[in-house]
Design a protein around this ligand. Sequence first.
Ligand code: AMP
Ligand code: ZN
Length: 303
Amino acid sequence: MSTTQVSTERLEAITSSILQPTAANGVQGRTAPFEEVIGGLTALITSHRAPGTEVLRFPPVMSRALLEKSGYLKSFPHLLGCVSSLTGTEASIRALVEGRAAGQDWVDGLAATDLVLTPAACYQVYPIIAARGDVPRSGVLVDVESYCFRREASSELGRMQAFRMREYVCIGAPDTALAFRENWKARAEELATQLGVPFTLVPASDPFFGRAGKLMAVNQVEQALKFELLIPVNSEEAPTACMSFNYHQDHFGNTWGLRTDDGAVAHTACAAFGLDRLTIALFATHGLDVDAWPPSVREALCI
Ligand code: AMP
Ligand code: ZN
């Protein structure tokens, strides 16, 4: 696979058989083989969990106020999905949904609620840890997973609107957070080798909004704040980001008043695994029949 493109037939089979397309772009049903691989990846990632790591699992929605405070709106307003619901009297709601409100579609009656769709798993973690008080300089570790939503413009294979993100998060002294991130970069290369997928690990940037966002992205690369592990899926030229390794410096520490026990602002870092993308990359690399995958890969995934 490392020198040849993934065949079009294989990509089409992943798109329409291993995954089940729906009427909404980038929203798919997951089949049993797909879920079996997700389960294997989940267990493999868990086997790398450091002792003392706290486990948190979240539903796919979170507090809108919390997300606003985290700064997401400034950086990625174009990707955010907000939960809205119908408000009003019983009569006005009934008229809207039954199409009897003159000149009004039912969606005209929607109003934003206090919820948004979670765009990244780790956003939920920082305020929870901050509410407990200072963290040790040696760091607090959290294992978090959430279904995430992003209003993606394209729907190429692997660019989903709803997908599962697993993350390890570190909150501690600057050198602790950075060492955690560097350690995970090295481990991720081992993981990808174990999974038998061709990969590159490269400096990366987030898709910040607008013209000012371009500058932020350049800055992010210059400061080596984000790295991605890329695996070819749709093409060799534009491989797909399947894992990310982020050093946020003091961004979340300042936002949430996170401090280490010496009174300094805590720094944070995270290692994020796109479970659906990794699964797609495995099917793209090894084929549609899981039973025919290399024994070493099946062993790593316990499938
Ligand atoms: P990010 O916060 O953008 O670094 O995302 C963390 C991880 O989530 C990435 O490394 C991807 O594996 C995965 N991911 C991000 N966006 C999507 C998407 N639109 N569809 C599927 N997986 C995604
Ligand atoms: Zn994160």
